[in-house]
Design a protein around this ligand. Sequence first.
Ligand code: PMP
Ligand code: GLU
Length: 382
Amino acid sequence: MSFDFAARVERVEPSATLAISNKASELEADGVDVVDLSVGEPDFPTPENIVEAGKDAMDAGHTGYTPSNGIPDLRAAIAEKLRNDGIDAVSEEVIVTPGGKQALYETFQTLIDDGDEVVLLDPAWVSYEAMAKLSGGSLSRVDLAPYDFQLEPALDDLSEAVSDDTELLVVNSPSNPTGAVYSDAALEGVRDLAVEHDVTVISDEIYQEITYGVEPTSLGSLDGMSDRTVTINGFSKAYSMTGWRLGYVHAPESLISQAAKLHSHSVSCAVNFVQHAGLEAIENTDEAVVEMRDAFRERRDMLADLFEEHGVDVPIGDGAFYMMLPVDDDDQEWCAGAIEDAHVATVPGSAFGSPGYARISYAASEERLREAVERLAEHDYI
Ligand code: PMP
Ligand code: GLU
């Protein structure tokens, strides 16, 4: 039988980040040694205390459904964490989700109707575009590439893109895929535009714990932003918990009560014992977070030096674990070639709205990063 698929699904492509990582896994299954710098996933094991807390929670019988929006202790701990970031938060304004991705998905579905305008800052993480399209939104994009991926020098461009017709603006600092951490002046510029044009802003802070020598500001902590900011965060990156699937959304209660309907009708709740592990992560995992952050910083510096030795100047950011390597105009062909010939997996910049770059995730060992650069050089990709 031929199915009559819904237009919203036909509008989007599969996630490019996950598609390339799948391709790398396929090659590996055929015995090829691939240096996989495609998917953004910390390569450290989940810290022991978190794993133990998850096991203990299972042993204690925390295996049934939880309240749909999350267990009270975790919601309270999240609200407290947000208050420490300067956001005026209470538990009732938090939904605990299976991953930050679900938190974003619920936000888009809650706010965006057919034709509503969503503004993205390019390069933008692949799933924002897909989520906007799935909810029927129309996209307007502001290119940060001419400004070394910084937002502050692009504020004039942003002010051209944002108008009274704009429903939603998505800000992701530290940024995937550039690693850029936006300055306070940049965020204040966003605030001024959002207030002037009555725009809701998603602040995706999933890389908040991974910054190098700078303190990221939470957009929702700025004057005028508390009633128009949706803060997204999660446990995948900070605590190396990608497979546990745990994240959250914080927003004014009026928005949360609408999103909660979607949440209850789709996922019901995040996994019970995972939520208990998440509580342990928030309360007791500072040291491991610092260790991972220090390791990422060393890798970033080493990788930038290696590229420089090969005459490639890569703009590096102060956060996350990504960098955008300038490549040929046809970045898709470059990435396809790099994986086939050099067996190095990266993601084309065009998947993020910025052709001419390949995104590298440096969440890999120094040895593998060195190997990647050697292979790319050997096969004339740099
Ligand atoms: N936001 C950004 C910018 C990301 O890179 C990711 C990566 N997966 C997510 C949200 C969602 O992560 P998760 O669903 O694993 O919490
Ligand atoms: N966010 C990570 C990345 O960009 C994980 C994969 C995904 O969810 O897209 O690679």
